[in-house]
Design a protein around this ligand. Structure first.
Ligand SMILES: *[C@@H]1O[C@H](CO)[C@@H](O)[C@H](O)[C@H]1NC(C)=O
Length: 238
């Protein structure tokens, strides 16, 4: 009996880290269920950088990265507002807006968002371009975070809305508890070696898939031995 309890504890507590290098999540169906939950033991963030690459043809609002805390459902949210054609990052429920972006359908977009509670400023990097810093919120993102891809949280860990769900592909999700240097972000954008996330690391990710989300290879072109593709060609960046 004791051994059984111990085994049960081990299997429920032990984090299961997977290396998703070269892979992507495919969200193939619209709905308010399918999502991936990303786990981290870290909490209480004074500084954040989040990077991801996404690919979609959605013609409506959608969330790209949703981090909720008990106090702020939009604790750290990257959201695309289709009617205003603006990328809207939120920190602690405060919204910032970035317009004039070439957010084309059916191509990969590399997006990094940094925020520092000291200044309260955030900065969006979009496909290699550093955009202007904007004031969004001071103060800590405190409490245990619930981090979700594929759905936008309108409550702490739930209240998903089909009209805000993500359909498409998502890869290379990383999160740091500091602001990455411009050089490191540029390396991420260019698919070169960069310092992986210390909060979320795509190469060592603890996650659960709920409902229909697939893990697929992100190679999208035919690469032959005689004419091998570069890493960028592999994921269709060029
Ligand atoms: C999207 O932007 C429009 C125009 O600025 C605004 O009225 C609307 O509330 C925004 N939608 C969301 C879901 O934030």
């Amino acid at each position: 009996m004791k051994i059984l309890v111990l085994l049960l504890m081990l299997t429920t507590c032990a984090a299961d880290y997977q290396d998703l290098t070269g892979k992507m999540f495919t969200f193939p169906q619209e709905g308010n269920k399918a999502h991936v939950r990303l786990n981290t033991p870290k909490q209480n963030f004074k500084v954040v950088t989040v990077c991801h690459r996404s690919f979609t043809d959605l013609k409506r609002n959608h969330g790209l990265f949703s981090l909720a805390t008990p106090n702020y459902f939009n604790g750290f949210l990257i959201y695309y507002n289709y009617s205003s054609r603006e990328m809207e990052p939120y920190v602690r429920d405060s919204r910032s807006k970035y317009g004039g972006l070439d957010y084309k359908p059916n191509v990969w977009h590399s997006i990094c968002t940094t925020w520092d509670s000291g200044s309260g400023l955030m900065q969006l990097w979009f496909n290699g371009q550093p955009l202007t810093k904007k004031y969004v919120s001071s103060g800590e993102i405190s409490g245990r975070p619930i981090i979700i891809l594929g759905q936008e949280q309108d409550s702490y860990g739930g209240k998903f809305d089909t009209a805000q769900s993500f359909v498409g592909r998502m890869t290379d999700v990383h999160m740091w508890d500091y602001v990455l240097s411009a050089c490191e972000i540029q390396k991420y954008m260019d698919e070169e070696n960069f310092t992986p996330g210390n909060v979320l690391n795509w190469a060592s990710l603890d996650f659960q898939i709920v409902d229909r989300v697939l893990i697929e290879s992100k190679q999208m072109t035919c690469c032959k031995k005689s004419a091998p593709c570069s890493a960028k060609e592999n994921i269709g960046l060029i």
